[in-house]
Structures are given as C-alpha cells and as structure tokens.
Design a protein around this ligand. Structure first.
Ligand SMILES: [Zn+2]
Length: 313
C-alpha cells in the first residue's frame, strides 16, 4: 500500500515537472522570438531632440558621444569690437581700406563709415549717441586710452551696447611719444594699443577685442610706417585712415557753423578717389559743438545719396 502511494507521488511529480518545463520552454521561445525582432531593445534608448528628429542614443557608443557634441553645443563667437546684433553691418577694416582707393562701381552697394576720434567725451559722446540712435545708424568710435576712466566708462558701454564699433586711437595721443622725429616707434605704438585694449576689456568684458587702430594724426602724416604696420599686423591689429572729413580737427581754421562744416565735407569728397566706401573723420572731444550740430545733416547727406551705414571691425 505504502509502495503504491510513493509510486503515485512520483508520477504526479514527473507530470508537474513536465508541465513546468513546458511552460518555461514556451516563455523562452517567445522571449527569443521577441528579442530577434527587437535586437537592441533594452540597450538602445530612443530620445526626441529639439528639432523633433529622432536619434538613437546609446550611452556608451562612440557615435552617441559625437552626436552629443554636435547637436546642443553653440559655436563660441570670437571676441570682437561690437555686439553680435551688429554683425550684419560690420565690415573688415582691411577690405574697407582697399575699397577706399576706388574705383567707384555703380553696380555695387555704397557704404559709409562715420568715425569719431579722441573720445570719450563727457560733454559730447552722449549727444552723438542720441543723434545716431534717433537716425537708427551706427558709427565707429576711436578711443584714447588715457581718457577712459570711471567717469567715462558708462559712455563706452553705451557706445558698445548701442551697436557701434570700438576702435583704438592710442593711449597717450602724444605725437612726441608715438612718433619721435616723425617716425612711428613701433614698440610704443603696439604697447599703447595693448594698454588701451586691456582697459577696454576690463570695462566691456572678455568677449571684447578690437583689431582696429587709427594713428593719431593719420598714417599719412608720418614717415616710414612699414615697421609699425608689420608689428601691428603680427599682433592681429589693422589700421584705417579716412577719405572724407568735416574739418573739425583744424583748430582755429575749423568750420564755425553748420553750413561751413557741410561745405568742408563736400569739398573733402573731391580730394579722394571716387569709391563705393566713405570713411568720414569726425571728433567727439569736448570742443566739437559744430560737429554735433552738423551731424544730422551729414547722416542725411549719405542717406539721400543711397549709402548704407557700416561699422569697422
Ligand atoms: Zn586724434
């Protein structure tokens, strides 16, 4: 009797094991079939990216690392002398210097570069900025390092933030230091450019860098600028003169009223070769009331003659 019971238990156990193995087998086959159809499931995650395109993302694959680098990272903008909003009207100084020589090509656009030397000025810079703003045009300011101080710092920030270009016009503006015996001392020229650059960076931030230099007195006033030019170029600076002026740098011979200033300007245009670009020399130091008074008319002149307004970079 006892032997019969044991035999029956074994029988049930065998059936139970058989059914269990059968179920495990079915599950295993099903798993293999599913895994065959979706081989990477569980290893590869799918993510939606901003562009609404779907990309495969595997945390450890080389491909993923490359995609992660390409997609969300913004390309860093190189440090320059103007804000990014001004990029579409900022022109390379070397190109402008070349185009100033002419000839005039009526098929090509005309661009004027209003420039203001010798600032910043606590009296006139704000007035100039207001006129530029009212007319929705921009200019390039060539600043003198030793005139930049806590009182004028805000003026420079305003010039920059309003979308104008910032150029360097030496630190001392002292001809006897910069040009002993009428020849530029290249080391002094570079040192003054760097010194002013560093002051500007300290106020405007590390994203600021100006390549644009203007020789006090203009390059044409000095002998043998080649050595200085090479050293400036090696240090990523370039320079620019002008091919139009309002005569406000002539001291006692400067135009005394708006009409005289506009006449001088028109006359200056005849002196230089006809070209598609005009670089207008003006000043914003403290004594330039006529410059301020005539500026809306100067802007109107170029607007009426079909010029766009650019800044130098
Ligand atoms: Zn000057």
């Amino acid at each position: 009797m006892k032997q019969k019971l044991t035999s029956s238990k074994v029988k049930y156990l065998v059936i139970f094991l058989f059914i269990t193995c059968f179920i495990i087998g079915i599950v295993a086959i099903g798993w293999i079939i599913l895994d065959y159809n979706h081989p990477s499931q569980g290893k590869v995650k799918t993510f939606k990216v901003r562009s609404s395109k779907t990309i495969n993302y595997s945390p450890h694959s080389k491909e993923t690392k490359e995609k992660k680098i390409i997609s969300p990272v913004k390309i860093k903008r190189a440090a320059t002398n103007h804000i990014s909003q001004a990029d579409n009207y900022a022109y390379l100084t070397e190109d402008v210097r070349l185009a100033m020589k002419g000839p005039l090509n009526p098929q090509k656009p005309k661009v004027v570069f209003l420039t203001f030397d010798d600032g910043p000025s606590t009296i006139n810079t704000t007035k100039i900025l207001n006129i530029l703003n009212q007319n929705q045009v921009h200019a390039t300011f060539f600043l003198v390092g030793n005139r930049i101080n806590p009182q004028t710092q805000k003026l420079i920030q305003k010039e920059y933030e309003q979308g104008n270009g910032i150029g360097i016009h030496s630190f001392s503006h002292d001809y006897s230091i910069l040009y002993p015996k009428g020849v530029p001392n290249s080391t002094t020229v570079l040192n003054e450019a760097q010194k002013t650059q560093n002051i500007l960076k300290s106020f405007l931030g590390p994203q600021f860098n100006s390549r644009v230099w203007r020789y006090p007195g203009g390059s044409m006033s000095w002998k043998n600028i080649a050595t200085s030019e090479i050293l400036l170029q090696k240090n990523n600076y370039t320079w620019i003169d002008w091919n139009a002026a309002n005569g406000d740098a002539l001291g006692s011979k400067s135009p005394k009223n708006i009409t005289a200033s506009l006449n001088y300007h028109e006359m200056s245009l005849q002196v230089y070769p006809a070209s598609n670009v005009k670089v207008v020399l003006m000043h914003d130091d403290n004594s330039k009331e006529v410059t301020i008074a005539a500026l809306p008319q100067i802007i109107k002149y170029y607007r009426d003659h079909g010029y766009k307004f650019g800044i130098l970079k």
